[in-house]
Design a protein around this ligand. Structure first.
Ligand code: URP
Ligand code: ZN
Ligand code: ZN
Ligand code: ZN
Length: 473
């Protein structure tokens, strides 16, 4: 049995902070206490460091086809970058299509991830239609594949977008079967019309991506999905909330008692719409959907995090090279592949902008980057906390040093970083996944394929059932 004791660190969870040693035997934490001794254990000194639970990134698109190209970071480069950034589990979006059985899309996602990842990973499943055939497949997907969250796109008309009936029926099925419904909340029909108008007027630059997707359109779709959720008495997770308008809809739904949670992403907390309006084609680096917003939205998002109206931080990792991929849209902003490289810096940015700047506590940092995602997506308490019996997924974090984000030093496979030159407080020294150092003293130690596929537990609110995730969120 492999034994490790991490000594002298400060353990930080979503609720506590204390100094103690951690004994790890094989993959699990088996003892937490003062002055632990084991003759046959390797001793790791974590003096002066915080020990956080490994990050759980609930939102990635690794090697995902989009807009005639494929996102560049795959399960290998993406998971290595994630690990160096303190993330030990990711949940990636498995795309599906109307004309194939869902099982073949899931197999396709296994084929691209098998043997590649250095951290643990799971899948969400995209739902494009809801009918008897799909309903027949879902129980086995939840029970056997361990995929317990379904994603519905309310935007990307004629590509991913599903209609309201599909969303509503997915909410009903999820309630019945024990799954969490995720939505990309933007009104795709109105975006389509605004886009046609912009192009007809000759407005082709990247900034028009933002101007054709105003925040009203995100707020409207968020409110619509939240109302459907209340009506169906189901459960909803709104991905990548970018603006005050959408955060307010989530807040309203939660005040009414609806089971609605929201995620935001580092880019919406730090960058704003002006980045898309840079001369030349530079703005294409900042094309996400929903788009970056006017700066005043950022403090509203931080407030929503503090209040608990936004529960998690996803990276929405979906990276494309600036040269050769983003430039597909040089003459037409609608052809710029949407998304950016974010998996590596998600936790650093949140710590630096959140904790180091006094906006959130270290406990809140752990909660939004790890614990809440583990709870909502059926991974808790194996993932998302530091406790006896949990997986030894740990981050050794040195708060005293700083680093500068740059494409020159990043591990993500693309040719730019949207946060180029940003100084972040705190450095991730070592990262352990199930008892083994994947990153040690800032060097990679695990080989691709070490990461395991995670079958997740069904969604259940406060259930005492052993097989269901007790969310208590
Ligand atoms: O711009 C984004 N967010 N790209 C990834 C796909 C999605 O909508 O999440
Ligand atoms: Zn989306
Ligand atoms: Zn139209
Ligand atoms: Zn996404």
């Amino acid at each position: 049995m492999a034994k490790t004791i991490i000594k002298n660190g400060t353990i930080v969870t979503a609720s506590d902070e204390y100094e103690a040693d951690i004994l790890i035997e094989d993959e699990k934490i088996t003892t937490i206490g003062k002055n632990l001794q084991e003759t046959d254990a390797e001793i790791v000194d974590a003096s002066g460091q915080y020990i956080f639970p490994g990050g759980v990134d609930p939102h990635t698109h690794l090697e995902m086809p989009f807009g005639g190209t494929v996102s560049k970071d795959d399960f290998e480069s993406g998971s290595i970058a994630a690990a160096f950034g303190g993330t030990t589990s990711v949940i990636d979006f498995c795309l599906t299509s109307k004309d194939k059985p869902l099982s073949s899309s899931i197999q396709e996602w296994h084929d691209k991830s098998q043997g590649r990842s250095v951290i643990d990973y799971g899948f969400h499943l995209m739902i494009t239609q809801m009918n008897e055939d799909v309903l027949d497949q879902l129980p086995s997907i939840i029970q056997n594949d361990g995929i317990t969250s379904f994603k519905v796109f309310m935007a990307y008309k004629n590509v991913f977008q599903a209609d309201d009936e599909t969303l509503y029926r997915t909410l009903l099925a999820a309630k019945e079967l024990g799954a969490l419904v995720m939505v990309h909340a933007e009104n795709g029909d109105v975006i389509q019309h605004l886009t046609e108008e912009a192009l007809a007027a000759g407005n082709t630059e990247p900034i028009y991506h933002a101007r054709t997707r105003p925040s009203e359109i995100e707020g409207e779709a968020t409110g619509r999905a939240a109302r459907f959720t209340g009506l169906a008495d189901s459960q909803l997770y709104v991905v990548h909330v970018s603006c005050a308008d959408a955060a307010e809809e989530i807040r309203k739904a939660r005040r009414k008692g609806a089971n609605v949670w929201g995620e935001t992403c580092p880019q919406y907390l730090v960058l704003d719409e002006s980045y898309m309006d840079q001369p030349g084609f530079e703005g294409a680096k900042y094309v996400w959907s929903p788009p970056l917003r006017e700066k005043w939205n950022q403090e509203e998002l931080w407030t929503a995090i503090k209040n608990g109206d936004l529960s998690t931080i996803g990276s929405d990792q979906c990276s494309f090279d600036f040269n050769g991929q983003k430039d597909l849209g040089k003459d037409d902003f609608t052809k710029i592949p949407n998304g950016g490289p974010m998996i590596e810096d998600r936790m650093s940015i949140l710590y630096s902008e959140g904790v180091a700047k006094g906006r959130i506590s270290r406990q809140q940092f752990v909660d939004i980057t790890s614990t809440k995602s583990a709870k909502l997506f059926g991974l808790y308490p194996d993932k998302g906390t530091i406790a006896v019996g949990a997986d030894a997924d740990l981050v050794l974090f040195n708060p005293g040093e700083s680093r500068t984000i740059s494409v020159k030093t990043q591990l993500m496979a693309v040719d730019y970083n949207a946060f180029e030159g940003m100084e972040v407080q705190g450095v991730i020294e070592s990262v352990m996944v199930r008892g083994r150092f994947v990153v040690r003293d800032r060097k990679l130690e695990a080989e691709p394929g070490y990461g395991k596929y995670m079958k997740r537990k069904p969604f259940a609110l406060g259930s005492s059932s052993k097989t269901a995730a007790s969310t208590s969120v």
